[in-house]
Design a protein around this ligand. Structure first.
Ligand code: SF4
Length: 348
């Protein structure tokens, strides 16, 4: 296993005004594994903990509880000097290509900077590696793009520079945090195709963070769906899309826009309701207040574990637990749908 998080909790301290402080429970006992050469998509709404989990795997945040491993070595509380070899092998591509690149540095300086920090190679070797990274992301001719500054490039080209900056260290693992959400629609497919090609050519592992489950299917081997700081469903990408088990995943898929000849790309309703507050520990299922299938007395008191109910397909939902098969779901929820392709095992 290349990347592994076990029992990952992250709690941030916050300050509310001058005298009051609080805590935000960003991650609540997350388990995540990524194999060498595998692409895992983390899907969920804003605030679900996707970015925090991505940063935890890179040890850019330290867990409050739990452990983080990279290539079999525990890095949970490793110091920055101990993390140096790891930093060369694990990289991130940021969401915003406009703010993540220093506007006063040329493209060559931006891509070369991590090599200089690592003290790698002679000036000529670094020059060759920058040119190779630019060629890998199709910014050609490399010498022309290397001399440009970020403000002379389009959003898609800037994101390619961000990818080249990650690639130049020849990493084994890359976290891409919503890499196409802030660039124009015409460049999105090109950037996704580029990432897909690079992943296959170089056999890197990817953690692909996105709020868009349709994009996740295109890009990922496996999808992990996050809600309120936990993973609520995880399986091969096709299984999550074709036979979603968790009511939240079903709602996400139901909200994907579909081409409609009469009304082009009509968007279905987004998932109704709001996630609960993250400033306290959740009792019971975190999706309880939005779930059409919630069972009072069970879902509001017992936290469902992420369990494998079908081969390779795990979900955290009491609907699949035979102990609760006779209970009636509560009606009148804002999310009652009759068109979901879904049949809980206890109802078959
Ligand atoms: Fe809904 Fe209960 Fe399943 Fe949570 S555990 S998703 S509330 S049915």
């Amino acid at each position: 296993m290349l990347v592994e998080v076990t029992g990952g909790h992250v709690v941030f301290s916050t300050r509310k005004g001058v005298f009051r402080s609080g805590q935000v429970y960003a991650l609540n006992g997350v388990e995540l594994t990524i194999r060498r050469g595998e692409t895992v998509a983390l899907v969920g709404e804003s605030g679900s903990g996707k970015t925090t989990l991505g940063r935890l795997t890179l040890r850019l945040v330290e867990p409050s509880q739990g452990k983080v491993f990279f290539d079999g070595k525990e890095i949970t509380h490793a110091s920055e000097s101990e993390l140096r070899p790891f930093r060369q092998r694990a990289q991130i591509v940021f969401q915003d290509p406009f703010s993540s690149l220093n506007p006063y540095m040329s493209v060559r300086e931006l891509i070369e900077e991590p090599l200089i920090i690592d003290g790698e190679g002679s000036s000529q070797e670094r020059r060759s590696r920058v040119d190779a990274a630019l060629e890998a992301v199709d910014l050609l001719p490399a010498s022309r793009f290397a001399a440009k500054y970020p403000n002379q490039m389009s959003g898609g080209q800037r994101q390619r520079v961000g990818i080249a900056r990650a690639l130049v260290r020849d990493p084994d693992y890359i976290v891409t945090d919503e890499p196409v959400s802030m660039i124009d629609a015409s460049s999105r497919i090109e950037i996704l195709a580029l990432l897909d090609r690079l992943q296959r050519e170089r056999r890197m592992a990817f953690l692909f963070i996105t709020h868009d489950i349709a994009t996740a299917r295109y890009f990922a081997d496996r999808i992990a769906v996050m809600y309120a700081g936990t993973i609520v469903e995880e399986a091969p990408a096709g299984a999550v899309i074709d036979t979603p088990m968790h009511p939240y995943t079903q709602a996400l898929i139901a909200a994907v826009p579909e081409p409609d000849p009469a009304n082009r790309f009509k968007r279905r309703p987004v998932v109704p309701g709001e996630p609960g507050s993250a400033d306290g520990r959740v009792v019971g299922c975190p999706f309880y207040n939005r779930c059409p299938h919630r069972m009072t007395g069970v879902c509001d008191t017992i936290t469902p574990p992420l369990a494998e109910w079908e081969s390779g397909h795990r979900t955290a939902c009491h609907l699949y637990d035979s102990r609760y098969a006779t209970l009636e779901p509560q009606s009148g929820s804002p999310l009652v749908r009759t068109d979901l392709q879904y049949s809980p095992m206890n109802g078959r």
